[in-house]
Write a protein that binds this ligand. Sequence first.
Ligand SMILES: Cc1cc2nc3c(=O)[nH]c(=O)nc-3n(C[C@H](O)[C@H](O)[C@H](O)COP(=O)(O)O)c2cc1C
Length: 828
Amino acid sequence: MTGRTTPSGASRPPLSLDEYAERARTRLTPAVWDFIEGGAGEERTLAANRAAFDRTRLSPRVLTGAGECDPSTTILGRRWAAPVAVAPMAYHTLMHSDGETATARAAGAAGLPLVVSTFAGRTFAEIAAAATSPLWLQVYCFRDRATTRRLIEHAEAAGIEALVLTVDTPRLGRRLRDLRNDFRLPPHITPANLPADDADYSSPSEHGRTGLDPALDWSVIDWLRSVSRLPVLVKGVMTAEDARRAIAAGVDGIVVSNHGGRQLDGAPATLDVLAPIAAAVDGRCALILDGGVRRGRDVLGALALGADAVLLGRPVLHGLAVAGGVGVAGVLDLVLDELSEAMTLTGTATVADASLLTGPEGTSPARHRPSGGTPRHDRPRPPEPTAELHKRDLHRSVSDPVLDTMNFLNEITGRFPDVVSFAPGRPYEEFFDKDEILDHIRRYLDHLAAGGASDEAIRTALYQYGPTAGQIRGLISDSLRADEGIDAPPGAIVVTVGAQEGMLLALRALFADPGDVLLVASPCYVGITGAASLLGVPVHPVEERADGLDVADVEAAVLAERARGRRPRAFYVVPDHSNPSGNTMSRRAREELLELAARHDLLILEDSPYRLVSPGVQLPTLKSMDHARRVIHLGSYSKSVFPSARVGFVVADQPVRDPSGAESLLADELAKIKSMVTVNTPALSQAAVAGALLACGGRLTERNAVPAKHYGEALRVTLEQLDRHFPEDVRDRLGIGWNRPSGGFFLTVRVPFPADNAALLRSAEDHGVIWTPMAYFYPGPGGERSIRLSFSYLSPAEIEDGIARLAAFLQAEIERPGATGPTSGRDT
Ligand SMILES: Cc1cc2nc3c(=O)[nH]c(=O)nc-3n(C[C@H](O)[C@H](O)[C@H](O)COP(=O)(O)O)c2cc1C
């Protein structure tokens, strides 16, 4: 260790990060010192960062019984020894020839992550070989996106775990010290992970001006997601509003940063903007702060104001300059030691408790006020600390808006119980008889007895765990043959808890590689996109045209994904009376889709729950037309029997060969997965559905003749009322239109204004009618000016009343000033 010589002649390690800085200064050339130490302009922001921490006061708390403190924390699912990581900084090789490898080794020894700069001086492979703790990549987005993409791909190949997009650098700030020094990198200092071609990296500011993309907007997050599946953080957010935008863009974390005062001089100190940003973020993603952290207690101060962790910048470079990796280790150990001291003296047992501390010159939060003069024996026992979970530590799907889609609707329905609701896609309740369910179960038991089953066997079938793939597969197989022309042996069927479980099983089994993509017709039933989100399956929406799905669009999507190096694995579609659009694929389109599937080795997930409750003759299912076993058919009895049974099924007759050459069916593999999901579909539910199938000889079309007529009538009344309120000339003038499905539960109405949650609220509040914004069903942008009307749950009289209310709402909305301006997304 290179320490200074004390008056007594002994060399001692630095006792503070400032001492490290002092020693580093003497070891570096003035120009390099200025390069790392300097800020932009008059360095007001640089100074403000530190001053904000200097103002911070932490109140000591005594006799808390906290004992040994635990500074460890979990960020993006990984345990860190303390809430500190090394900030991304260019060219560690300027400080020491080992550069980032030394830093990575020291960070690993301390159990802290390193954020590797786009301009690292050592290669990702070298850094990864030295690292033993998480590595993240800081990303600068270049004008040439291909360079950025390759950078990310190389980093991913080396095992980088997250991307930190720096968003405060459309150009480099004017750093006067560098300008005065005419600072240039020595020829041997180059960015090891960027192309060494014609780019001149010697002047960072000059390269920044020509290389960095100055026109980035929030869509860059989508772009990053399209090139990488890694978590994405944005670094450089300084306002609550931008934090909200970042969350809306789907980031996994935010770094509150002013780039260590090196960009906009005059920007506030990061610590000063932290609290409002933390309030806006509200635990929805990881929140990290950097700038001016120079002591362990600064870490605690940032945590107290809502940060989950901090990045340490310049002090790491100081350590590196002083003694290479040993110096970095010294710096990190010192910070952790100081943090431990601060935690212990403030009675902060864990980092979660840090939120209870005082902020800068703040006051102690009420939770920590002493309990006053209450006599000891009367005092209530302090409450047991409850386990507190953070959303950011949960799987990212729980923050996916898809999984939240229906919350707003439910909330509105609860608040306005008297509205006419065109929202729920539910069967009409008048068709249910409270005693019929018992008859169904009785009939099934009689059927088992008639088949020779003993009382004991029947008892077992009803009360015990059952076969995973289901116990009514024979009846389902017969019914599919009678009703749908689908020839599926019982062994090719798995009985599921609703079609929803079928989707989950099929996706889990089929999507084995991160490059496998699910294509979906869009707008799309949220059950499938939600399941894909749970499983981390990437989704590529294929947009329906006004008159339905065009198979050429599916092919274009297949080719586009192939060009990106991903494998389109399956296409999900509701061919008949689709939810949500109501469209039906023509026979020709079905044939074309099957041909396309054969041509491109694509599987089709066919989901068709509305056929058997729709009037008239239905087109053949894709599965009945499928002679090459390309179609996996997802079935549901929710509409054709009743939804509370939660019984569905999958027909998966695809042969699966294992390495020894043995063959099974995909259904067998799905059953294995099911054994770890729901074990088996409840026997009671299967018995009820079986009884219903037996009652009609498996012919659900016959059983549903009356409901199908009713739903057809509901559709007719809905269309008739729309026509009545908006005759052709009126609807053309107003810019309103709708499709005319031939069955199902839904239709789409196009409107000339944004049909968003705010409009829905006005519709409920002022006009007593509810519908579903079509945008809910688009995996990407789209549907902003369309609504879904569901007519299945309403009587003709309610529909008549509801459409009159809807007409009044549409009229009022069109007359609202500015309501019919353009939207950013596509309309349907
Ligand atoms: C020499 C130096 C190089 C830097 N290079 C980068 C970089 O390549 N990418 C980036 O996002 N931030 C970069 N930063 C900013 C840091 O990541 C961080 O925001 C800042 O240094 C934190 O402030 P602190 O140094 O006061 O701790 C750099 C900072 C310094 C001092």
